[in-house]
Design a protein around this ligand. Structure first.
Ligand code: SME
Length: 172
């Protein structure tokens, strides 16, 4: 069993560096992408303050489909170009929304959500899915969170690229 080690970091770059180390330890030699994504969602949900949802949507047959997450039950499918997740997937760029109620087409899965950060996970030319974080606090996410979550998504991708069979099954 892996014990969750509460970070003692006092600034965001140090917190994300700490989480990067913990994530690598959690992945270790485990090839299964679903298992690793599930532990990553849990690590983020329990380590980052002020979150009400953390998880993944995977691109399957051109639609984002709900993957491993922590938080309340969420929308199962999101079309590319729709909501914050679908917009980030379409643009292939991270998207930070300070007030989701001001975002045209925002998909309200949890009425508590006030701000959101979505990081696309892209392998070469292929978009595999997105990492989605929601907060009940407006403007919860800043550039340091965006950079930090992008680096954690890169660690997930780099690890799963060593286990291509499991990565392919994610999006099959
Ligand atoms: N709010 C997202 C939908 C997913 S949930 O937040 C978990 C969106 O607008 O894409």
């Amino acid at each position: 069993m892996h014990a969750l080690k509460p970070s003692t970091a006092t600034d965001k770059p140090s917190l994300y560096a700490d989480l990067a180390r913990q994530l690598q330890a959690l992945f270790e030699a485990e090839p299964d992408a679903v298992a690793n994504a599930a532990n990553m969602a849990s690590l983020l949900f329990h380590s980052l303050p002020d979150l009400n949802w953390a998880g993944f949507y995977w691109m399957k047959a051109g639609t984002l489909v709900l993957g491993p997450f922590q938080g309340k039950p969420a929308c199962l499918r999101i079309a590319v170009g729709k909501g914050v997740c679908g917009t980030a997937a379409q643009r292939r760029r991270s998207l930070r929304v300070d007030d989701v109620h001001e975002f045209p087409g925002h998909i309200a899965c949890d009425a508590d959500s006030a701000s959101e950060l979505v990081v696309p996970i892209i392998n070469g030319a292929q978009i595999l899915g997105v990492l989605d974080l929601d907060s009940p606090r407006k403007a919860r996410f800043d550039a340091a969170d965006e950079a930090g979550c992008e680096s954690l998504a890169d660690i997930f991708l780099a690890h799963q690229r060593r286990h291509l069979g499991s990565l392919a099954k994610l999006v099959a």
